[in-house]
Write a protein that binds this ligand. Structure first.
Ligand code: COA
Length: 154
């Protein structure tokens, strides 16, 4: 099992996070349209972003997770959400994505939220099965036809 931890963004880790690779066909799922549009209006102070590093691989950056925590956001699905999670192509399938979601869940708990949400696009190569495996239940759809999932902060 990997020896994972979160790190705040720094000059080193930002470059590494931007260099994370995807598996063929995953590009189209990385930023659902709802997030692309909402990004223009999001207050940077509500963004929470971390890289995931693996101490067993000389602190290699193996993933990236970004959340938004804004209790005043007009849309429920953006109040406490997984904005983005991605794991390097070579490191997928080892539990790193799950680690990232749990970390975001812990952050939400600490901030007093009782649930987190995620938005994803449907598709065989998309992250829907991953979010379901993490415990998200689909509760609706966005105006762009994407799934909205919810996970209770236990
Ligand atoms: C989605 C993603 C973050 C998952 O990360 P990961 O580290 O591979 O996920 P995990 O290893 O923690 O997988 C957890 C579970 O989900 C399942 N899972 C993960 N990706 C899956 C997929 N594409 N299809 C089906 N099941 C999947 C795993 O099999 C595992 O199930 P298990 O507990 O029964 O073994 C990763 O595939 C990725 O970076 N995708 C591209 C970017 C993206 O689409 N991000 C989401 C939108 S921002």
């Amino acid at each position: 099992m990997s020896n994972l931890r979160l790190e705040e963004l720094s000059a080193r880790t930002i470059v590494a996070a931007n260099s994370l690779t995807l598996r063929r066909g995953q590009e189209q799922f990385i930023v659902p349209i709802s997030y692309s549009i909402a990004d223009a209006y999001v207050d940077p102070s509500t963004t929470w972003a971390r890289v995931i590093v693996d101490a067993d691989q000389d602190d290699k950056v193996v993933g990236f997770v970004r959340g938004n925590f804004d209790p005043n956001h007009p849309k429920d699905e953006f109040k406490a959400c997984v904005w983005r999670v991605n794991v390097d192509a070579d490191e997928q399938g080892k539990g790193i994505g799950t680690f990232a979601v749990r970390a975001l869940l812990a952050e939400a708990r600490q901030r007093g939220f009782d649930r987190i949400t995620a938005i994803w696009e449907y598709g065989d190569l998309g992250p829907g099965a991953f979010f379901t495996r993490c415990g998200f239940t689909q509760v609706g759809e966005t105006e762009y036809g994407e799934a909205i999932g919810e996970l209770a902060v236990a």
